[in-house]
Design a protein. Sequence first.
Length: 100
Amino acid sequence: MCASACPTSAKDKACTLLQKYNSGDLGLAMSHPSGKQDNAYAYNNIRDMCKGLRASRSNYSCSECKTGPAPGGSVCLTDKLLTYLITLVSKGKVYVSPIL
């Protein structure tokens, strides 16, 4: 887990991904398949990281959750993950389901 502020490089990469979303090259989920509502959707996490905020993690349990309730809280998305997403988008259209 990272400190309270996420690295500037992660913020910049999240902003690149948000631009790809706005141009239609990247799809980002705005809901959970379970129907539960929180801030931990792929779109919100990329948007928040672009704003310099941490990405939200879900905090609920459901019948489909095999490992118990989600931990909640927030995290910094790693440069490695964000770089991977940017690389995927450069090869074609991508849709991201909830990340955390």
